[in-house]
Design a protein around this ligand. Structure first.
Ligand SMILES: C[S@@+](CC[C@H](N)C(=O)[O-])C[C@H]1O[C@@H](n2cnc3c(N)ncnc32)[C@H](O)[C@@H]1O
Length: 351
C-alpha cells in the first residue's frame, strides 16, 4: 500500500481533514489563501454577519479557509454558499493510477464531492457552509441581489465561463463588498482576458489571488493586503491536532524501530513540542539533536541547537507548519539517505 494511500485512509477513517495528493485535494498554491482570510478579517470589522458566495469549491480548502476566518474574526457569524456541480473527474483516473491499486474500487470511487463533505465536517466548518450542487450559470440568477459581502470565483476557468461568472456576480454583491478569485495567472489566459475585459483595467493581484471592491460608481483596487493571515496555522495549530500528530509519529517510530530523532526547526513550534506537549516523555525515542539554519538560534527548551547537518539519526522530524514543505525539501537535499517526517502534514518520505 502506498504511503499516500495510508495517509488518505487514516485521515478519512479518523475524521481528520485531508489535504494530501489523492484527488489533488491539496490546495494549490496555498500561499494565496492568507489574502482571502485577510479580506474576511477586513469585512468583520464592519459587518456583524457575513454573507459569502463561493463559485467552485472542489475539496473544500478555500471554503474551510473562509469559514475558519469567519470563526476567528467574526465569532462564527456568517454563512457561505458553495456552488459546485462536483461532476468532473479529470483528477480521479490520474490519481487512481498513481496512488491506488486497480482493485481498490472502494477507495477509487471516492469522489471529490465526498472529499469536500469530509473536509468541511472534519474541519468543523460545516455549520457555516451551505453547498448547492449545480453550475453557477444556473444558480447565480436565482440568488438574491445586493446580498453578498464577498464573492470568491474559482469555478469555470474558461474565458466565456469566467466572464459570465463575473457578470452574474456583479448584481449579487453589496456595495462595499469584495469580489475576488484565484488563478490570475498566465497558465489561465481565459481568466486574464476576462478580468481585463470586465474591469477594463489591471486589478490588484496577490501572487495570483485577485480582488476588487465594489463602490457606487466603479471598482476599487485593494493595495494593502499583507498576506500574513495564515490559514494553515489556524487550521492545524490546535492542541488536539498536534497531540494526535505526535501519537501518530510515535507509532511510526515504533513500527520502524527508530530510536534516534533529529528535529529540523528551532522555532516556537519546536519549543511548544517540549514545553506544552512533553515530547521527550511521549515518544519512545531520543531527540539526539535540534538543527536550524538560523545561526542566531542557540537553544530550544534548554536543548542546544546545532547548525551542522552531520548528526546521525534514524529520522528527521520537521517541526514547522507553514514552512514544512520547504524544510522537507531542504532536508532531503542536505541529507539524502535519511527518512523525513512532516509532523503537520503527517507525511513520511522514506526513499
Ligand atoms: C480550482 S477548483 C476550486 C478550488 C477551490 N476553490 C479551492 O481553492 O479549494 C474548480 C472547481 O470549480 C468547479 N466548477 C467548474 N465549473 C463550474 C461552474 N460552472 N460552476 C460552479 N463550479 C464549477 C469544479 O467542479 C471544481 O470543483
Amino acid at each position: 500500500m502506498s504511503k499516500e494511500k495510508k495517509h488518505f485512509i487514516e485521515h478519512i477513517e479518523n475524521y481528520k481533514p485531508y489535504w494530501g495528493r489523492f484527488l489533488m485535494a491539496a490546495p494549490s498554491p496555498a500561499e494565496r489563501f492568507p489574502f482571502l482570510a485577510e479580506l474576511i478579517k477586513l469585512l468583520s470589522e464592519k459587518n456583524k454577519f457575513l454573507r459569502i458566495l463561493e463559485i467552485g469549491s472542489y475539496a473544500g480548502a478555500s471554503a474551510v479557509t473562509i469559514a475558519s476566518s469567519i470563526k476567528k474574526y467574526n465569532n462564527g457569524n456568517g454563512k457561505i454558499i458553495c456552488i459546485d456541480p462536483w461532476c468532473f473527474s479529470p483528477a480521479v483516473n490520474l490519481q487512481k493510477n498513481t496512488f491506488f491499486d486497480t482493485n481498490d474500487i472502494d477507495i477509487a470511487s471516492y469522489t471529490y464531492e465526498d472529499m469536500f463533505h469530509h473536509n468541511i465536517k472534519a474541519s468543523k466548518c460545516d455549520d457555516l457552509i451551505q453547498p448547492i450542487k449545480g453550475f453557477s450559470g444556473d444558480i447565480l440568477p436565482i440568488l438574491k441581489e445586493n446580498y453578498f459581502d464577498l464573492i470568491y470565483i474559482d469555478g469555470d476557468h474558461s474565458y466565456d465561463g469566467f466572464l459570465n461568472d463575473l457578470k452574474l456576480s456583479h448584481s449579487l454583491l453589496k456595495e462595499g463588498g469584495f469580489i475576488c478569485g484565484d488563478d490570475l495567472d498566465i497558465a489561465f489566459p481565459g481568466i486574464l482576458q476576462a478580468i481585463f475585459k470586465f474591469f477594463d483595467k489591471n486589478v490588484s493581484d496577490y501572487l495570483g489571488f485577485w480582488c476588487q471592491k465594489k463602490s457606487a460608481t466603479n471598482w476599487l483596487d485593494i493595495n494593502n493586503l499583507s498576506g500574513q493571515e495564515n490559514w494553515i496555522l489556524d487550521l492545524i495549530n490546535k492542541d488536539s491536532y498536534i497531540e494526535s500528530a505526535i501519537r501518530d509519529f510515535n507509532k511510526i517510530l515504533e513500527t520502524n524501530q527508530w530510536t534516534k530523532i533529529i528535529i529540523y526547526g528551532g522555532g516556537k513550534h519546536t519549543k511548544r513540542l517540549f514545553t506544552q506537549f512533553d515530547l521527550n516523555n511521549v515518544i519512545n525515542a531520543d531527540v539526539v539533536g535540534i538543527i536550524d539554519d538560523n545561526q542566531s538560534i542557540t537553544e530550544v527548551a534548554g536543548i542546544p541547537v546545532e547548525h551542522s547537518f552531520d548528526i546521525d539519526a534514524d529520522v528527521v522530524l520537521i517541526s514547522s507548519d507553514n514552512y514544512e514543505e520547504k524544510l522537507i525539501k531542504l532536508m532531503l537535499n542536505k541529507k539524502k539517505n535519511i527518512p523525513v517526517y512532516g509532523l503537520y502534514s503527517q507525511i513520511l518520505i522514506n526513499e
